[in-house]
Ligand binder design. Structure first.
Ligand code: MOS
Length: 763
C-alpha cells in the first residue's frame, strides 16, 4: 500500500518546467483537468449552445439466453409522460444486413451480432429495445413497463459441460496466430521421462469493469451531421462502424473520445449503446444519450472461461525436455473469438519437444472479448504454475529452473529476440525481493496464525507496432500542436506523446499540446495490445524529425547564423535552442528562428512499421514477478503482502505513468488470482453477480507493497523510439506467482482461478 500511496504522491516534473526528456517521471498533462472535473466523458456532453433538447435512451436487456422475441408491447411505456419512442427491431430505422457492414476493425471471424436487427436472441442480456424520453427518469421508468414475450429455446452456457464439442477455430481474424505445429516428439519424450508433471487449470469468466460506464452521446446537427461522443478505444473504429451499419458517408459522422475512463479491451469493439443511440438520433432527428447501467456492463463480452492441460518433463538436472499445452476456451455461436493462449509456451523456454493445442466451444453467450493481456493472462498463468510444479518434482529452486532453461533464441521459430533482458529481470527482481533467503521446502515460514509463502513467475507479452499518421503545427511563439486520432484510455497517451515531441523539439512540456480522440485527425490504430506508444509515439517522433529539418534549414539561413555550415546530425534541439552539440555558445534560439515566419510550420508523417526487419525477430516484453503471500490456513484467506515486478519493456517514455501501468497490471493480477469471477446460473444462462458488490475487484484493503523496477532495454527494432509498451505486461504472471506462493506457504496447489478461500481450504 505504502508504495501505491507513494506513487500517487511522487510529484514528477510538473508539466511545463524546463526541458523534459524521454524517461523522466512526468505528471499527467491532463491530470488537472481530470481531478477538477474539466475532462468530460462521453455521457457528459450536451447539445450546444443552449443545452436543450437532449433525449435519453434506456436499454431494455433481454432475459432469455436463446430464442426469439414473440411480442414486444410498448403501449404502457409510451403512455408515460415524456416518453418519445420505444425502438425495437420492428420500428427501428433502416440498418444494413450483411456481416461485412458490422465488422469493426477488431472483429473476430464470423457473423457479428447486429443490435436490434431482428427477433433473434443470442444471449442473455442482449439489448431488445431502447426507450427514449425527454428525461432519464421517464425513460428508466418506462423501460420497466415494456412487456417482452419470448419463444424460448434450450441454451448451453457451461464450457466444462460442452467440452466435447471443442473444435479448432475456423473463422479466424486477421493478425491472429494459431499455435504452431508440433516440434520434435513431445508425447514420446514425456512418456519416457523420469521427471514429469501433468495438471489441468481452470479459469472462470471475468468482466472488464472499467470505472466509466459505456456511454454514447449523439449530437444531431441541424445539417444532419452526427457528432458522437463515444466511450471507445478508437474514435475511428466507431466512426467506421456507424458509417457502415447505417450507410452514412464518412463526412456525415464524427466520433470523439477525448477522455476514456478505463476500458481494458472492452472498448476495442464498438458496443451496442453506440448503434442504439445513433438509431434514435436518426429516427427522431434529435440529440440522444445512452448510458449503460453497471449490470449492462456485463452484457457484451468478457474474458472467456478457459480450461487448460499442461504436461512438462525434465532431465534430473532440470533441463526441460517436453512441453505439451492444450487449451479449450469458449466463444459465442456467431463468432469464433480467438486469443493466443498456448503459443507463449513455445516462446519462453528452450525446449526441443513442444506440442500446443487450442480449441473453442461455441456457447450461448455474447462473444468473449480481449481483456487486458488476453490469452497470456490465462496461458502464461498455466505454464508458470506448471513450471512451479515441475520445480518441486525436481526439488529445484523455481527461479533456478527458469534460468536453467533460459531461451536465447525463440524456441518455436529459432529467431533471435529483438531485445530480451529477462535474465536481468530475474536477477534484479530476485535481489530486490530477497529471494535467496527463500527456503526450498513449502510450509516452513509462519508468523502467528499465518503461513507465509514466496512464489515467482515469468511474464511475457507482445511488443507490437501498427501504423499511424501524425501531423504537426509549430507556431511562431514556439507552441507546438501534434495531432493523431489516438486514444488515451487512462494510460497516459497525452503525456507520453507530449514528452516525445517536447524532447525532439527542445521545448518545455507546456508548449506542446497533443490532440487525440477525434476521428477527423490523422489515422491512428485502436489503442490496444500495448502498442500505442511504439506506434503513435513513432509517428510523433517522425513528424518532429521533419519539423527539425525545416527549423534547422531556417536557422542556417538566418543572417550571420552560427549554424551556417553545420549539418543536421551535429545539432540538437534543447532548452528552446537549436545548437551545435558539445560546443557551447553556437546556438540559435528557436523563437528567433520562428520569429520571421508568416505562417506556422506544418508537417505530416506516415509511420509504417519496418515489417521486413521486424519479422526476423521475436518481439516481446518480459517480466519476472516475485510475490509474498500470507495465508490463514483455517479460513483459506490469502493476503498478497509484497510484490516485486521487474519489467523489460524497451525504453520507458514516462517513468511515472509507466510505473503506474505496471502497478495497475499487478492489481489486476491480484484480482485474477484471488477475486474476479463472473458466475453464470446455467439454468438461466445468465451472469448473476453483475454488480460491483458481488463481482469482486481488488480494493485498497487487498493491495499492499508493490515494487516496480524497469531493467534497461532499448529496442530499435520494435520502434524508432526504443519503446515496447507497458499496458499489459504488468498483469502477466502475477496470478501464477500468487498461486506458487500459496503452494510455498501451504503445500497445497490450487489449480483454478480465482483462488477463493474455499478452494485454498480444500486444496
Ligand atoms: Mo487491450 S485487451 O488490447 O485493450
Amino acid at each position: 500500500m505504502s508504495e501505491l500511496i507513494q506513487a500517487l504522491r511522487t510529484p514528477g516534473a510538473a508539466p511545463g518546467t524546463g526541458q523534459v526528456r524521454i524517461g523522466d517521471a512526468v505528471s499527467r498533462v491532463d491530470g488537472r483537468d481530470k481531478v477538477t472535473g474539466q475532462a468530460r466523458y462521453s455521457a457528459e456532453y450536451v447539445p450546444e449552445p443552449d443545452h436543450a433538447g437532449l433525449l435519453y435512451g434506456v436499454v431494455i436487456s433481454g432475459t432469455i439466453a436463446r430464442g426469439r422475441i414473440r411480442v414486444l408491447d410498448p403501449a404502457a411505456a409510451l403512455a408515460v409522460p415524456g416518453v418519445v419512442d420505444v425502438i425495437w427491431h420492428e420500428n427501428r430505422p433502416k440498418i444494413r444486413s450483411f456481416d461485412i457492414f458490422y465488422k469493426d476493425m477488431t472483429a473476430p471471424g464470423g457473423s457479428p451480432y447486429r443490435p436490434l436487427y431482428d427477433s433473434e436472441v443470442h444471449y442473455s442480456g442482449q439489448p431488445v429495445a431502447l426507450v427514449v424520453a425527454e428525461s432519464f427518469e421517464a425513460a428508466r421508468h418506462a423501460a420497466a413497463l415494456v412487456r417482452v414475450d419470448y419463444d424460448v429455446e434450450p441454451h448451453e452456457t457451461y464450457l466444462l459441460e460442452h467440452q466435447g464439442r471443442a473444435k479448432k477455430p475456423s473463422r479466424l481474424k486477421a493478425g491472429y496466430t494459431p499455435p504452431p505445429d508440433v516440434k520434435g516428439h513431445p508425447d514420446e519424450v514425456w512418456d519416457k521421462a523420469a521427471v514429469k508433471i501433468e495438471a489441468s487449470y481452470y479459469s472462470g469468466v471475468e468482466h472488464h469493469n472499467p470505472l466509466e460506464m459505456f456511454a454514447t452521446t449523439v449530437l444531431h446537427g441541424a445539417d444532419g451531421h452526427l457528432t458522437i461522443y463515444d466511450k471507445t478505444q478508437s474514435s475511428q473504429n466507431s466512426r467506421w462502424y456507424v458509417s457502415h451499419v447505417f450507410g452514412l458517408s464518412k463526412d456525415k459522422v464524427t466520433v470523439r473520445n477525448p477522455y476514456v475512463g478505463g476500458a481494458f479491451g472492452s472498448g476495442l469493439r464498438p458496443q451496442y449503446q453506440l448503434p442504439l443511440a445513433v438509431m434514435a438520433a436518426l429516427k427522431l432527428e434529435r440529440s440522444v444519450r445512452v448510458v449503460l447501467t453497471r449490470q449492462q456492463m456485463f452484457t457484451f463480452g468478457h474474458r472467456p472461461e478457459t480450461q487448460q492441460r499442461l504436461k512438462l518433463s525434465a532431465d534430473a538436472d532440470g533441463t526441460l525436455t517436453s512441453i505439451i499445452h492444450e487449451a479449450v476456451a469458449e466463444t459465442s455461436r456467431y463468432e469464433d473469438y480467438v486469443e493466443v493462449v498456448v503459443n507463449w509456451s513455445g516462446e519462453l523456454y528452450a525446449c526441443e519437444h513442444i506440442r500446443l493445442g487450442y480449441k473453442i466451444v461455441d456457447l450461448d453467450h455474447a462473444s468473449p472479448m480481449d481483456m487486458r493481456a488476453p490469452g497470456a493472462a490465462h496461458g502464461v498463468h498455466a505454464l508458470e504454475v506448471a513450471m512451479d510444479e515441475l520445480s518441486y518434482a525436481l526439488n529445484m529452486d523455481p527461479l533456478a529452473l527458469r534460468l536453467k532453461n533460459y531461451a536465447e533464441l525463440d524456441p518455436t521459430h529459432g529467431m533471435p529476440y529483438s531485445t530480451k533482458e529477462l535474465r536481468e529481470c530475474y536477477l534484479q527482481g530476485a535481489q530486490r525481493f530477497g529471494w535467496e533467503r527463500r527456503p526450498l521446502e513449502p510450509g516452513t515460514m509462519r508468523e502467528g496464525r499465518e503461513l507465509i509463502g514466496w512464489g515467482m513467475a515469468t511474464g511475457m507479452w507482445d511488443a507490437m507496432q501498427m501504423f499511424a499518421r501524425a501531423s504537426a503545427v509549430l507556431h511562431a511563439d514556439g507552441s507546438l500542436v501534434i495531432s493523431s486520432a489516438a486514444s488515451d484510455i487512462g494510460t497516459g497517451t497525452y503525456t507520453a506523446m507530449s514528452i516525445i515531441a517536447a524532447e525532439a523539439m527542445g521545448l518545455p512540456l507546456e508548449k506542446v499540446r497533443f490532440q487525440l480522440g477525434d476521428s477527423t485527425l490523422p489515422v491512428a490504430p485502436i489503442e490496444g495490445g500495448s502498442s500505442h506508444v511504439a506506434t503513435v509515439g513513432s509517428a510523433v517522433a517522425g513528424v518532429c524529425e521533419k519539423l527539425q529539418k525545416s527549423v534547422f534549414k531556417l536557422a542556417k539561413d538566418l543572417p550571420g547564423s552560427p549554424l551556417a555550415t553545420a549539418r543536421l546530425e551535429d545539432v540538437e534541439f534543447a532548452d528552446g535552442e537549436v545548437r551545435l552539440r558539445g560546443i557551447p555558445g553556437t546556438s540559435v534560439p528557436l523563437l528567433q528562428v520562428l520569429g520571421g515566419l508568416t505562417a506556422p510550420l506544418e508537417e505530416k508523417y506516415l509511420m509504417l512499421p519496418n515489417m521486413l526487419k521486424q519479422m526476423k525477430y521475436q518481439r516481446a516484453t518480459h517480466s519476472a514477478v516475485f510475490v509474498e503471500v500470507r495465508v490463514d490456513p483455517e479460513f483459506g484467506t490469502v493476503r498478497v503482502t509484497r510484490v516485486v515486478s521487474a519489467v523489460a519493456a524497451g525504453r520507458i517514455i514516462n517513468a511515472k505513468t509507466a510505473r503506474s501501468q505496471i502497478i495497475g497490471g499487478v492489481v489486476w493480477g491480484i484480482g485474477q488470482a484471488l477475486h474476479e469471477e463472473t458466475h453464470c446460473d446455467h439454468r438461466l444462462g445468465r451472469f448473476m453477480n453483475h454488480n460491483l458488490s458481488e463481482y469482486h475487484v481488488s480494493v485498497n484493503a487487498d493491495i499492499h507493497d508493490i515494487d516496480v523496477l524497469f531493467v534497461q532495454e532499448d529496442d530499435r527494432i520494435v520502434s524508432r523510439i526504443g519503446a515496447k509498451g507497458v499496458g499489459e505486461i504488468g498483469q502477466v504472471g502475477v496470478a501464477a506467482a500468487v498461486c506458487n506462493a500459496i503452494y510455498h506457504a501451504t503445500g497445497q496447489r490450487v489449480r483454478s482461478t480465482p483462488m477463493t478461500p474455499e478452494k485454498v481450504m480444500r486444496a
